[in-house]
Write a protein of this length. Structure first.
Length: 85
């Protein structure tokens, strides 16, 4: 489905999803962890466990709900968000 949306399902795509979630739904998480994606994986890391758990819960919803993912990516495309995937 991610390819249908014009993206590659790699770590950089998921970093973009995480950045979108933080910037649009969870601004309080901004700066509380860092990202380290690679081609085959996505990683967020830091010492703020509650922030990481919050991000994980949000990412889990998007990763398991195709319609939610479509809405998020469509909104990002409409706003001009650039993903590095």
């Amino acid at each position: 489905m991610i390819r249908e949306l014009g993206h590659e399902p790699n770590g950089y795509f998921w970093e973009g999803v995480a950045q979108l979630l933080v910037s649009t739904e969870a601004q309080a998480l901004e700066g509380r962890f860092a990202y380290d994606p690679e081609a085959g994986m996505f990683c967020a890391y830091g010492t703020d466990r509650s922030a990481l758990e919050d991000l994980a819960a949000r990412m889990s919803v998007v990763a398991t709900d195709g319609e939610r993912l479509r809405r998020l990516v469509s909104g990002a495309n409409a706003s001009g968000f650039e993903s590095d995937d």
